[in-house]
Design a protein around this ligand. Structure first.
Ligand code: 6GU
Length: 249
């Protein structure tokens, strides 16, 4: 998958490509990331990329011409890519959206700065707008890195373990089960007995139960939104009965 990041601060993005799974994905050519400096498409000696807003008011607006030049260049390089504007007004980014993007051949990530982008650029050159949460950042660069990270790890072959992406939090609408490694006793706390048993059926059941209970306690909103299997319902009912016994008993 080919990412293009359009930004006035390409230096922010470059170091992110040098670590861990993202670095390996670049080395193995599962992804490519090219930063395009919007300033390179600006005219004049000072290569200005912002201007005062029509109608007055504080803050500056990204000028349309440099941005349009950079986007058009990226679209020529990466013709099947989705062109995405990073803005707090965009569609909330989540695992479903990451999965949709991971199925595409590329994404052009346009990092807004200042108070915003000239509306006519949004209108003519942007396919979709994405936000990474309900808070305001000083620019879209961190959001672009968040998206590249979340999307890359969904591309088959980028994670070490064969199927680690499927078993993780959000992939099945639940948070992931608890994890343990050696030593068997740490700070007076033991690893749950069942995980040492070698009985994979029982271990799978324990993990599903752990997943359900964690989701119930930490993210009840996810559990309410999920279509539960009969096995999952049974586990939750069992816990419901236990809680009733404790509170009524
Ligand atoms: Cl994508 N950009 C900016 N500037 N702020 C944000 C955001 C994006 N997502 C959440 N806040």
């Amino acid at each position: 998958m080919n990412f293009s990041v359009l930004t006035i601060f390409p230096e922010m993005v470059d170091p992110f490509l040098e670590y861990g799974i993202i670095r390996r994905a670049v080395e193995q050519q599962q992804i490519s990331v090219s930063s395009i400096n919007i300033r390179d498409y600006a005219e004049g000696r000072h290569r200005v990329t912002d201007d005062k807003p029509y109608g007055g008011g504080c803050g500056m607006v990204m000028k349309p011409e440099p941005l349009a030049g950079a986007i058009t260049h990226a679209q020529k390089q990466n013709p099947d890519a989705a062109t995405v504007l990073l803005t707090p007004q965009g569609k909330p980014f989540n695992q479903d959206l990451a999965r949709e993007l991971s199925a595409r051949s590329g994404a052009i990530l346009v990092c807004g700065r200042y108070e915003g982008v000239d509306e006519r650029v949004c209108h003519s050159l942007i396919d979709t707008e994405i936000s990474i949460g309900d808070y305001v950042l000083t620019g879209g660069e961190l959001a672009a890195m968040v998206i590249i990270d979340a999307v890359t790890r969904l591309i088959p072959g980028t994670l070490g373990g064969e199927d680690s992406a499927e078993k993780e939090s959000f992939e099945n609408g639940l948070l992931e089960h608890a994890h343990f490694t050696r030593p068997q006793t740490f700070n007076g706390q033991d690893v749950p007995e069942v995980l040492l048993s070698g009985n994979h059926g029982k271990i799978d059941s324990w993990r599903l139960e752990s997943s359900l209970m964690r989701t119930l306690l930490k993210r009840p909103d996810l559990l309410a939104a999920k279509a539960l299997s009969s096995r999952e319902k049974e586990i939750l009912k069992k816990w419901g009965r236990r809680i009733k016994e404790i509170t009524h008993g």
